[in-house]
Design a protein around this ligand. Structure first.
Ligand code: SF4
Ligand code: SF4
Length: 345
């Protein structure tokens, strides 16, 4: 199993870096294969936000797949908005229009059981695709610490079912196993990380944009994510998905081919060290707090909260006795109006 991590400092150079890497995997695809290309299309953010997969990377992948005679289509089930609105905001729509590639909403659920959890509502469009190319971003994540290739396949779960899994999982370790179960069901043919620009701090949507200057690729998302974590010098035990994937023997031995000069990264403040402490004392845990001046009362957070803990009409109230600290509200707020603060009360 090979993992490639290649230095790439700008999207204008991405083709000369990514295309030779894609060529190494051309035998994975056959003529007329219906290939789902699954970028990170979290929410309707502008190109260059560092939040969603850059359209240049999507364009390179789509042109490569077309050159092989496959029939690619782009799909996701975004946390806010829908696949078309996100694609219009982040530039993927224009690319698809130019190349005559359909963009689909990953809806039409089919129930599938995972190894640890049962009843995942996976989009039929995912299950019926011949091949899947998973194109993730390199970002921090306030709940999972990092979001990379394994977590990107969570978008194959239909609509609000994603929020429901936060609630069912309850703990971060369980949620990591939910994500792993889903990733194994989706089982992408090829995994790519767009890490030219990403996010550090309180990602995946309201952190700080950061240039990581890397493109990664591998048949194994576990190996790819592991190689990135190691290169960034992040301890494996901090990253729930990597820790649980290692426990479940899912990270294969791999051969790393890298010329990446990995920079430093600021992690979210919710590291597992704090989780251990909070499990004992519940004093230092961080809770969402709405900045009432910034809030525009769109109610996206309320509709996405899996614990029904938010009531915008009731003076933007959050019921902390219900809140499970999943931070979905922080992730989906388009105004960055939700901060995570220490609960010392
Ligand atoms: S906190 Fe954010 S997501 Fe929630 S209602 Fe206000 S602006 Fe919308
Ligand atoms: S209030 Fe926010 S952090 Fe708490 S359960 Fe709801 S979405 Fe999750």
């Amino acid at each position: 199993m090979d993992v490639y991590l290649k230095q790439c400092t700008d999207y204008t150079n991405a083709e000369e870096v990514l295309l030779p890497l894609l060529e190494k995997y051309k035998d994975l695809f056959s003529k007329n294969d219906r290939v789902l290309v699954k970028p990170n299309m979290l929410s309707p953010n502008h190109v260059g936000s560092g939040i969603t997969t850059n359209p240049k990377i999507v364009e390179i992948v789509l042109k490569f797949l077309l050159s092989l005679g496959t029939k690619p289509f782009v799909g996701d089930s975004p946390a806010t908005g829908n696949a078309i609105s996100v694609a219009k905001a982040n530039g993927v729509y224009e690319i698809c229009k130019e190349l005559d590639i359909p963009i689909v909403e990953l809806d039409d659920p089919v129930e599938v059981d995972g190894e640890n959890f049962r009843g995942f509502k996976v989009s039929r469009k995912v299950l019926e695709a011949d091949k899947i190319v998973n194109i993730a971003k390199l970002k921090t994540h306030v709940q999972m610490i990092m979001t990379l290739a394994v977590k990107n396949t969570f978008g194959c779960i239909v609509g609000k079912e994603k929020s429901a899994w936060h609630f069912r999982a309850k703990t971060n370790t369980n949620f990591a196993n939910v994500l792993i179960d889903i990733h194994n069901i989706v089982n992408p043919t090829l995994n790519i990380i767009d890490g030219i620009e990403g996010m550090e701090g309180n990602g995946p949507a309201n952190g700080k944009k950061k240039k990581f200057n890397v493109i990664g690729i591998s048949e194994s998302a576990y190996a790819l994510d592991h190689a990135i974590i190691k290169s960034l010098k992040i301890k494996e035990k901090y990253v729930y998905i990597i820790k649980e994937a290692a426990r479940r023997n899912l990270i294969p031995d791999y051969n790393l081919i890298s010329n990446w000069n990995a920079p430093g990264i600021k992690l979210p403040l919710t590291t597992p060290i704090f989780e251990t402490v909070t499990n004992i004392t519940r004093v230092f845990e961080r809770v969402p707090k709405i900045n009432k001046d910034k809030c525009v009362e769109c109610k996206i957070c309320e509709s996405r909260c899996p614990a029904e803990a938010i009531n915008i009409d009731n003076d933007k109230y959050i019921d902390y006795s219900k809140c499970i600290r999943c931070y979905v509200c922080h992730e989906v707020c388009p105004q960055d109006a939700i901060k995570l603060v220490r609960k010392i009360f």
